[in-house]
Write a protein that binds this ligand. Structure first.
Ligand code: ARG
Length: 276
């Protein structure tokens, strides 16, 4: 079983990153990313996370799989088990065998998503306390979330995602601690909003303009929150709660529909998770 002595994050260098297909409304092949700038932004994020005390592990990049940089989708980590993704879009399906091999080489046990369902890893499954919140409809299926609940033996709250721009749960919901989270209310239906309000004691809403800057796609490291630039209102709300907000420009990755959180995967468990 993999052992960690400090917060440990998986990232994948952007060597083969680019906008090569369009599978979400942010992506347009006519709006290419700038290679050099993407590398700089990725390295700045990497250095910022390292300066906050994290150990960063790297997945080798792979030519032809530009979205492999978004390691949040490499799986859902629970203790020494990784639930592997079954991607909705064929363009990303080639990532799963690489994820599987990497985790196994690191002494994780991997479990495949049953074939009849799609599931996109930590992008659509986030623990807040002992509860697993799951996003479904756009990329992951509700059946896959129920499968996770059975495997883990935890309560699952499935949340339907209703806005194509917020196609993964981690683009519109971010647990900060077992009792606190950030969310973008408009990305959910009434039922989902109610479920969130009833089950998370402190919920910080973000405004539309900051949701579109991927305010909810933040990396939480105890009292430090790392996110894209252009989210001043959220930064103030976080500071009121005792968090320090660190903004770093990730504009080249927004072009693919991802930001700080998507570019990372906590291997030792998120701070907000109280794993059953
Ligand atoms: N282009 C990628 C996709 O559409 C972005 C993935 C972002 N990852 C995330 N966890 N939200 O699949």
């Amino acid at each position: 079983m993999a052992q960690f002595t400090r917060p440990t994050i998986l990232m994948c260098p952007p060597d083969f990153y680019g906008i090569h297909y369009e599978i979400n409304p942010w992506m347009s092949r006519s709006r290419q990313s700038d290679d050099a700038l993407a590398r700089t932004q990725w390295h700045d994020l990497n250095r910022l996370l390292a300066s906050l005390g994290t150990d960063i592990r790297l997945m080798p990049p792979f030519d032809g799989l530009p979205d492999l940089v978004f390691t949040a989708n490499a799986g859902l980590v629970w203790r020494s088990v990784v639930f592997l993704p079954g991607f909705r879009h064929p363009a990303r399906q080639g990532e799963t065998p690489l994820d599987d091999a990497w985790f196994r080489a690191q002494a994780f046990e991997t479990r495949a998503c049953p074939e009849r369902w799609n599931f996109e890893g930590a992008g659509d499954a986030l623990f807040c306390g002992e509860t697993l919140f799951g996003g479904y409809m756009i990329r992951s299926d509700a059946g896959a979330l129920q499968w996770l609940g059975r495997e883990i033996g935890c309560r699952v709250i499935p949340l339907q995602l209703v806005d194509d721009r917020y196609y993964h749960l981690d683009t519109c919901f971010c647990p900060l601690s077992p009792t606190q989270a950030i969310y973008y209310p408009e990305a959910f239906d009434d039922y989902g909003r109610r479920a969130l309000v009833e089950s998370v004691p402190t919920l910080i809403p973000v405004v539309g303009a900051e949701a579109a800057r991927f305010a909810c796609n933040a990396v939480v490291l105890e009292n430090d929150v790392v996110l894209n630039t252009g989210c001043p209102e959220l930064a103030v709300a976080l500071e009121h709660l005792g968090y320090r907000a660190h903004a770093t420009d990730l504009g080249e990755f927004i072009k693919a529909g991802g930001s700080a959180k998507c570019l990372t995967l906590r291997l030792d468990g998120e701070d907000a998770a109280r794993w059953p």
